[in-house]
Design a protein around this ligand. Structure first.
Ligand SMILES: [Zn+2]
Length: 1077
């Protein structure tokens, strides 16, 4: 018998109303993020200490670094305490002061390694810590048609022989504690982000920064991430139209015929074809505006099919070309009405979903809201057919929670052939005695205890009482049949790089501090287990299970054939070892203070920790600062090689974005098999080969965090907040996912962070609210016009609270044989995110020029199809954009100019971009590619109605004034650009200085007692809330490299080697005309 209850029942996951703030999870984060010790002095332990403190030091010291609840918990202090934001990274702290480790040939002897306290499998030697002894290193006009005609449409598919998720791999051991009703991670609501301001651990005034050189003496020197100014002399004018793109071979030009490049060097890029004079180049620097106007074909979009009118005259009006328009107020979206699917609002807009049969588009969204009846029609459209699935996405606080249904011992009702789960689109017939599966068309007998007779409308009379029959998304309680073992405990294993570089740059201390504080965010109770290890050229485990005694260090020197030194006591209940662990974390930076071992046995450390976690599975959180140089999976610096190759136009250069070898991938697959999810926090000032390292998180459902160049001043706050969000966000463990669809389509592939061992399912040691999985489809049969095609995602997982659940997400869309319907119902957001992921997947596999060309062609082909089949003949000379896809050219242009697709990016920056894109959600894909920019200098005059962020500025230098200040954010970094003629009063209000030169490069954004300053802080905090990400702020100043770095984000501008937005429209138009001819 089925019963339903509001989800969640006991320990709730974040849900509407749990927080006083308007948007529970994000805002909780935001509360967290906004007060995050922004601008506070680094914690005492975050700097290399002058004096060593013994591990066994009195508790008073221990108290120092753990003053109370985590800073997340705090509301921002009001005016009395300045709220500050972290500034740009402390360039110069690193490389100049701390030289990178010597090459292997010059490695220092291993004298610093703890030879005296080695453990071996046979004889483990251990001893208590001895303190800091150096010896211990330690839209359609046609109505969607409803349900398919009677019984025949989906017959014929063979019964599935693979029961979905019924029997997880038998190789998994059954070795953990019994399931417990205690929360895996404690409901977020029980960790209110509402502690008193005074509890901020890092509340020290900015002036107490103990770190070295004054900020003003640090040039904004390093290439923050990727971009042009990193790769070329800063004296070169970034915007110079006459400067060829450095290092760009002709073959890698994004769009071009050979004549392109030649013409580009004339300063104005005529379009291929007959046009001789260049179009007006919007977005050019002012001194370029004197270019002659081109005779220009009208670029209009007057279409009988809702085509977008770009312009009406003989030139493109930059004010009429399509640009994103942010939504200002939330809309209500009903997923179905009158038995028809509704077209969802833009993914980036603010909306509240009412699930009445189809799932929330946040959870699952299709590239088109009508499904082509045939594969031919799909091909003709040139559009992708794919779903973006984000199974744990945060809901809007005003939405109903997902309901949980418990069918008791019989488990959820499924189709006996395809194993699809009961859903609102299964059709009951024969007085309710049978039901027809909407996925495979099979006629099932209704189980006796599920029988209900039908009403006059042909629907079951109990539909509205059964969530699985009226809601697009529902959760079923899993029965024993869905378990091969008891649900796993919550295991968190931290491993920390203590090699010389990590110690000296403060990265080790920052990691220890972050972990120490994040312990407070782990749930209380016996289900929470922790373990810790450190490593350089050897691995150091710690026996934490020694009541009222110091932890033992256990050293594993063998980094080729790794073992785990103990089979118990390395992973201990948090309640048993919290004090020991806190003390240990306080001491680690000192213990290894004099460490001169530069090597890093990263792979071996992971493997050893994995062996300890193997019986349970869990989360492995790795803090790594240097390139892994010894032991299993060691790597070498490919960066120098990469630069040489890229600049010489080597066709093989993309291979540097592939993993160096298969060692780490093999390890990762084994990790995934035992439900170990790895997250890697890269706090580094050097090349670390992210292309190789990222394979591990990607295969195990984890992610890469990248702090480059790591700054001990600005990055610890972000590190801590990232870690905190990592462990406290909604997530599931030991998960398996499968997507089913109606017969007529089949799944073509999955893309994201997971491990795939069998064709139909993906394994997810962990999956969280930020992760999105792309699922692509192809036709294997035809649909009838007017029928519906259903998609069903089933995710079997263990909740944070140790319960086994099956989350079912349903989406049923009408099928059409009309191309115009496909275009009318096209979903730009999903299609573009699909392109982004395709590009990310393609970057390591193909030469860059090919990837850019492929992405550009995707756009051109779609628009060509529309032009050819849906537009009227009278508009032959016009560029016609389908209304739903009118922004596709803009986003395509922005994509081909992204960090990942640029020749001049650092290898690691590009690899990080690829890694990040792989699991990125739709709402976060847009800012990554087309960042949001707003003006700051005039904030005070704007209405403070909560929409300060909606007044966005096009990413064009036309909109940047010398007397202005701008904030540009991409979801991860925030750049504050200051013009060179800003009113001194404005500077005074925002930064406390009256001259642009007086603003230290190491920007510390404080909150001063004026409206402008308050609003800037509000904007930064709101951005953090929306993005669920701690925005790292960097100051960019006109006239120096940081300013050029900022300008590189203005994707509508013409840049060397890249077209302006208007030019790109012209290019697209010409290409379409060529295809039409
Ligand atoms: Zn079926």
């Amino acid at each position: 018998m089925a019963s339903s209850q509001p989800f969640p029942s006991a320990p709730p996951r974040p849900q509407p109303g749990f927080s006083p703030s308007p948007n529970p999870n994000p805002s909780s984060t935001a509360d967290a993020l906004q007060t995050l010790q922004i601008g506070r002095a680094p914690p005492p332990s975050a700097a290399p200490r002058a004096a060593s403190i013994p591990f066994s030091s009195p508790a008073s010291r221990f108290g120092l670094s753990r003053p109370g609840p985590p800073p997340f918990a705090s509301r921002p202090p009001t005016t009395s305490a300045p709220i500050t934001s972290n500034g740009p990274p402390a360039f110069g702290l690193g490389a100049s002061r701390f030289p990178p480790p010597p090459p292997v040939a010059q490695r220092p002897p291993l004298a610093g390694s703890p030879a005296s306290i080695r453990a071996s499998p046979q004889a483990q030697v251990s001893r208590p810590f001895t303190g800091s002894s150096p010896s211990v290193p330690p839209p359609s006009s046609q109505p969607f048609m409803g349900s398919p005609p009677s019984s025949q449409p989906f017959m014929g598919s063979p019964p599935s022989s693979q029961p979905f998720m019924g029997s997880p791999p038998s190789s998994q051991p059954y070795m953990n504690p019994p399931p417990s009703s205690q929360a895996f991670m404690g409901p977020p609501s029980s960790r209110p982000f509402a502690g008193p301001p005074s509890s901020q651990p890092f509340a020290g005034p900015p002036s107490s920064k103990p770190f070295g050189a004054p900020p003003s003496s640090q040039p904004f020197g390093g290439p923050p991430s990727s971009q042009p100014f990193g790769g070329r002399p800063s004296s070169q004018p970034f915007m110079s139209p006459t400067m060829p793109f450095p290092g760009t071979p002709a073959s890698s030009l994004p769009f071009g015929t050979p004549s392109w490049q030649f013409q580009t060097q004339q300063g104005a890029p005529p379009m291929p074809g007959t046009m001789q004079a260049p179009p007006r180049m919007f977005g050019m620097p002012p001194n370029m505006s004197g270019q002659p106007m081109a005779p220009f074909p009208p670029v209009t979009g007057h279409s009988p099919l809702a085509g977008h009118q770009v312009s009406t005259q003989s030139k493109i009006d930059p004010n009429q070309i399509p640009r994103p328009v942010p939504s200002t107020s939330p809309t209500l979206f009903e997923t179905r009405q009158g038995n028809q699917a509704n077209i969802p609002p833009p993914a980036t807009s603010d909306f509240i979903v009412k699930d009445n049969g189809n799932c929330s588009p946040r959870l699952m969204r299709c590239t088109m809201n009508q499904i082509p009846c045939t594969g031919d029609l799909l091909s003709t459209s040139s559009m992708p057919l794919a779903l973006m699935v984000q199974p744990f996405v945060l809901p809007h606080p005003s939405e109903e929670p997902i309901q949980v249904v418990d069918f008791g011992e019989s488990g959820p009702l499924r189709c006996s052939r395809c194993k699809g789960y009961m859903n609102p689109f299964m059709r009951f017939v024969d007085q309710g005695r049978q039901f027809i599966c909407n996925l495979c068309g099979f006629m099932n007998e209704t189980p006796r205890d599920y029988y209900c007779n039908l009403g006059p409308d042909g629907r079951r009379r109990d539909v509205d009482e059964r969530p699985e029959l009226c809601r697009g998304t529902v959760e079923f309680v899993a029965t024993k049949e869905y378990m091969v073992r008891d649900p796993m405990p919550a295991v968190f294993f931290f491993i920390i790089d203590v090699s010389m570089n990590a110690i000296q740059t403060g990265a080790t201390a920052a990691a220890c501090t972050a972990i120490n504080q994040a312990l407070a965010d782990l749930p209380e109770g016996p289900r929470t287990m922790v373990g810790i290890a450190t490593f350089n050229s050897s691995i150091h485990f710690y026996n934490l299970k020694r009541a009222s005694q110091q932890p033992l260090m256990l050293i594993v020197p063998d980094i080729q054939d790794v073992y785990t030194p103990l089979h118990t006591d390395l992973i201990v209940q948090l309640t048993e070892c919290r004090q020991n662990l806190e003390q240990l974390l306080d001491s680690i930076p000192n213990m290894f203070e004099n460490n001169r071992v530069a090597e890093s046995a990263f792979g071996a450390a992971l493997k050893a920790a994995f062996l300890a976690m193997k019986p349970t599975g869990g989360k492995l959180l790795v803090f790594q600062s240097v390139l892994p140089s010894v032991g299993i999976g060691s790597l070498y610096s490919r960066e120098a090689e990469g630069r040489t190759n890229v600049s010489s136009g080597d066709k093989e250069a993309h291979k540097l974005l592939q993993p160096a070898d298969k060692t780490l991938k093999t390890m990762a697959i084994e990790f995934a098999e035992y439900q170990v999810c790895v997250d890697i926090f890269l706090t580094t000032q050097m090349f670390v080969d992210i292309a190789s390292l990222s394979v591990i998180p990607r295969t195990t459902g984890g992610q890469v965090y990248y702090y480059y160049p790591f700054s001990v001043i600005s990055d610890p706050a972000k590190l801590y907040n990232d870690l905190r969000w990592n462990i406290s966000r909604p997530q599931g463990f030991e998960a398996v996912m499968r997507v089913r669809c109606s017969q007529g389509l089949q799944v073509q592939g999955y893309s994201g962070n997971f491990c795939k061992r069998i064709p139909t399912d993906i394994d997810l040691p962990a999956i969280d609210c930020d992760k999105t999985i792309m699922v692509t489809f192809k036709h294997d049969d035809k649909f009838q016009e007017g029928s519906e095609c259903a998609f069903q995602c089933a995710l079997l997982y263990t909740t944070e609270y140790g319960q086994r659940r099956i989350r079912i997400i349903n989406l049923s869309l009408p099928c059409t044989s009309m191309l115009s319907n496909l275009f009318r119902s096209a979903d730009l957001d999903t299609q573009f995110t699909c392109f982004l992921k395709q590009a990310a997947n393609g970057i390591p596999a193909s030469p860059l020029s090919e990837v850019r060309e492929q992405i550009t062609n995707l756009c051109i082909n779609i628009l060509h199809s529309y032009r050819k089949f849906c537009a009227t003949a009278s508009s032959s000379g016009q560029l016609i954009l389908p209304e739903a896809l009118k922004l596709l050219p803009l986003y395509t242009l922005a994509l081909v100019k992204s960090i990942g697709l640029r020749n001049d990016g650092r290898l690691d920056d590009r690899s990080y971009w690829v890694s990040r894109s792989a699991s990125l959600s739709i709402p976060m894909a847009f800012p990554l590619v087309y960042p949001r920019m707003i003006s700051i200098h005039d904030l005070a005059s704007k209405e403070d109605d909560g929409s300060l962020l909606s007044a966005t500025i096009p990413l064009s230098s036309e909109h940047i004034n010398d007397d202005g200040i701008y904030l540009l954010e991409n979801g991860e970094d925030g750049l504050i650009y200051v013009g060179n003629m800003v009113n001194p009063d404005t500077l005074q209000q925002l930064f406390g200085v009256s001259s642009v030169d007086g603003i230290p490069t190491q920007l510390v954004l404080q909150q001063f007692d004026n409206d402008l300053s308050k609003k800037l802080n509000d904007v930064v905090n709101e951005t953090r809330r929306q993005r669920c990400s701690y925005l790292r702020l960097r100051l960019c100043r006109k006239g120096d490299p940081s300013g050029l770095f900022f300008l590189s984000y203005l994707v509508e501008d013409k840049i060397p080697g890249g077209l302006s937005y208007v030019e790109f429209l012209v290019h697209v138009h010409r290409q379409i005309q060529t295809k039409m001819a």
